[in-house]
Design a protein around this ligand. Structure first.
Ligand code: M6R
Length: 365
């Protein structure tokens, strides 16, 4: 049931401190501050030469964030594909490569077909799934569960942040296994992860501000989302979430791609949501914001206190998220992104939990 919420989506957004916490507890030993995976791996990360990650929609954006983590922590090349492309492009996989599949439902037809293809190529198959009895879970060599609990709203929210939690733990394990992370590095990263549930709770307190902002966004025809580094996949996720439930056209772009095309769209009627925690690419994103501001674009900046202070650009609204380890910001910045889509849809009066033309689980291709 919806408890006291108007929609399942609202309930699921608010459950995130708890369910991300459960997921964390399954992957991290709090006593020793080590990552402990819930399933034994039938291979050594040292022998993995390449990882492929395949999923659809929001799950693919979790995979996109994970690509940055695996490459940084474990120095292993990662190829990311949406399942509908992967399954037909006959990607060469080597025996012993690791193929990761991410799916909330575990029933997505394209993801399942991609999994079967990877198996036929002799790759190790590992799935990150929320429904443990699903077909994808049953057919994978290794299952890494997300503990989000049942997700009813068509728009994926808590499954996404739980997927990120699992993938972060897995990327740390890969880094340790390949000797790219020291024990001290692991401890530091685990410290960062352990903070995440509390930071998600803090991020939820931005809701009244976002609710107000949603009334403005609801007047727009198009919205642009920008981000760099791990905030780039989150920009894609923000745009997907907004369009699927509010039916407002939105696009996500890598901030650095702005001048390669989308900047032509910018005028006073186009809100630009910039996801920019104060991290090592922050200054670069600020220069993109200046380009937007110079053309009269309305900036909605999602950042932290330091970022708000250093951003030398006038924004329509600045949403301040808690200070945290830069590495794991996507798990926390997902919250304002989800809330903005949710409240905009509520203002628009759409069927938030059952948006038109969409199904919760896409079992046909
Ligand atoms: O069940 P899955 O995670 O495999 O589903 C994948 C996508 O269909 C799903 O994430 C979809 O994009 C959501 N409606 C996004 O909110």
């Amino acid at each position: 049931d919806k408890a006291n919420y108007r929609h399942f989506m609202a309930k699921e957004i608010h459950e995130q401190p708890e369910v991300v916490g459960h997921t964390l507890a399954r992957y991290v030993d709090m006593g020793t501050e080590r990552v402990v995976l819930p399933a034994r791996l039938p291979f050594d990360f040292k022998d993995v030469q390449r990882i492929s990650i395949t999923a659809c929609g929001t799950a693919s954006y979790a995979g996109f964030v994970a690509k940055y983590w695996f490459e940084r922590f474990a120095r292993v090349p990662v190829e990311l594909d949406v399942a509908s492309e992967f399954r037909y492009r006959e990607a060469p996989l080597r025996k012993g490569d690791l193929a990761i599949f991410i799916s909330q439902s575990g029933e997505t037809a394209d993801t399942l077909a991609a999994l079967r293809y990877a198996k036929s190529q002799g790759a190790h198959t590992l799935s990150v799934v929320n429904v443990p009895t699903s077909t994808i879970a049953r057919e994978s060599e290794i299952v890494m569960p997300t503990l989000a609990g049942p997700e009813i709203g068509v728009a994926s929210t808590k499954a996404f942040t739980c997927q990120l939690m699992v993938l972060a733990a897995l990327a740390i394990a890969a880094g340790r296994g390949r000797g790219e992370l020291s024990e001290a590095d692991e401890t530091k990263l685990v410290h960062g992860l352990v903070e995440v549930p509390r930071l998600i709770a803090a991020a939820l307190t931005t809701e009244p501000q976002i609710e107000k902002l949603a009334r403005e966004i609801a007047k727009s025809k198009d919205v642009l989302y920008l981000g760099r580094g791990t905030s780039y996949p989150l920009a894609l996720e923000g745009a997907l979430k907004l369009k699927e439930i509010s039916y407002i056209h939105a696009e996500g772009y890598a901030a650095g791609e702005l001048k390669h095309g989308p900047i032509a769209l910018i005028d006073e009627t186009m809100p630009v949501v910039v996801i920019a925690p104060y991290d090592r690419v922050f200054e670069k994103t600020v220069s993109n914001m200046q380009e937007v501001a110079a053309r009269g674009g309305n900036i909605i900046l999602m950042t932290d206190a330091k970022g708000a202070q250093e951003a030398t650009v006038e924004s329509l609204v600045t949403i301040i998220l808690p200070d945290m380890a830069a590495t794991f910001t996507p798990i926390v910045y997902a919250i304002p992104v989800q809330l903005l889509a949710y409240h905009t849809a509520v203002v628009m009066g759409t069927d938030v939990d059952q948006p038109r033309n969409l199904a919760k689980s896409v079992t046909v291709e």
